[in-house]
Design a binder for this molecule. Sequence first.
Ligand code: UGA
Length: 449
Amino acid sequence: MKQQLQLIWGVKYMEKAQIGVVGGLGHIGLIQAACLAKLGYKTTGYDKNISKVEDILKGKLPFYEPGLHEIVEETLKNGLLKFTSSVDDLKSCDLIFICVGTPSLPNGEADVSQVFASVEEVVRNRKSPCTVVIKSTVPLGTNRKVAKYLEEKGLQDKAVIVSNPEFLQEGSGVRNFWEPSRIIVGAQSGEIAETIARLYSPPGVPVIITTWENAELIKHAANAFLANKISFINEIAVLCEKVGGDIRVVSRGIGLDPRINPYFLEAGVGFSGPCLEKDLKSLIAQFHKKGKQAKLLESVLEVNEEKRKEVVHKLKEQLGTLAGKHIGVLGMAFKAETDDVRDSHSLPIVRYLLSLGAMLTVHDPWVKSFREAGFSEADFPGVKWVQTPYEAAEGKDALLILTAWPEYRELDLARIRDSLVHPLIVDGRNLFDPREMKAANIMYLGVGI
Ligand code: UGA
């Protein structure tokens, strides 16, 4: 790969370019930094969190991502990848990627303060100019505002601002880096945009070089469209349940139309995680700021919120009341193949169950406690964590599946049935065939089946 890229881009550029990644130990930043180093660039990941930097230098990654550990290990060893908690170490970098968080504010808007602060921090004490590439998902107009901000501070000659939104999915981020569906670069200079696109786009991958605003819109519209597909299929699932249909067959039937395609048509408990919901809320807030309504996007969010309540209502319907009932919950991560619990649907569902008086025992193969996931145990009173899904089922009134971990598909159903007081499973991820559950004498309620 490296040789192929050297042929295309020129050995000199490859050898000379020095790259800095701010937020270098976050999900996007670390994948970006490690994969750029693997491509042959001297890359420095900068993160303010000193203990995270110390950990990674000892080989401990801050999160689980398939295939990432090996790349970090290899590139740290060959010296192409470095980590630092001192911003001064980015002074020699020609290109600096900004991969910091843009969390939701209470009104749905994205908080871009970390982006502004990071850009100013890396630019302020530089002697030579650099290119600052904003990968963080930022609202419309942010790249322009950052450029203006630098101008106001008299720093405009120190940096050129480029927007390069990312489309990595957690759990397959490394694969997405090597096989991107497209590279989008928003810039004011076509030449700089070309350089950024050539930096890591494999041959044959479509590249769109455009304005800052278009790049920002593409990122938001892509995530909103994915969310739209999920809420769409989840709405059809409601009708499936009423008429005895099977949403999995309906999904397949519509997904075979190439104009629709089969992706993101899995019905379930809805979308969650740190991106789709946050970006959708941010996009809606941007409509409102411009004095416009976003009727479709607002209902995408409503359907999603409804889906979370629905699984709880299914339990309640079967058990009469949830007060004093013991429920085993399988899955806290927002999806399988990640240990990320940020904005996971499991959190509001657990809170809702607790508010109805249920007593909960939870399991997740990768997450082992609320504290480990960055939350206070006190916010989830009485919730017990166990090491196996069987312990989560033992002596419970029902089992609730919230994350599609492959190991849950492999559960010994007879053992689960015998462990439960009521052989009831509510499955928010449609992991099982209802016929299989019927054969195991388990009352099984999926989504749209
Ligand atoms: C999402 C986008 O897919 C990425 O392209 C984007 O780069 C990223 O956000 C981002 O903005 O950083 P991610 O948040 O990792 O990626 O997760 P997804 O794979 O999109 O899944 C989001 C949620 O939708 C999960 O809760 C998942 O279980 C759910 N989902 C997904 C469904 O309920 N049904 C489906 O058919 C697909």
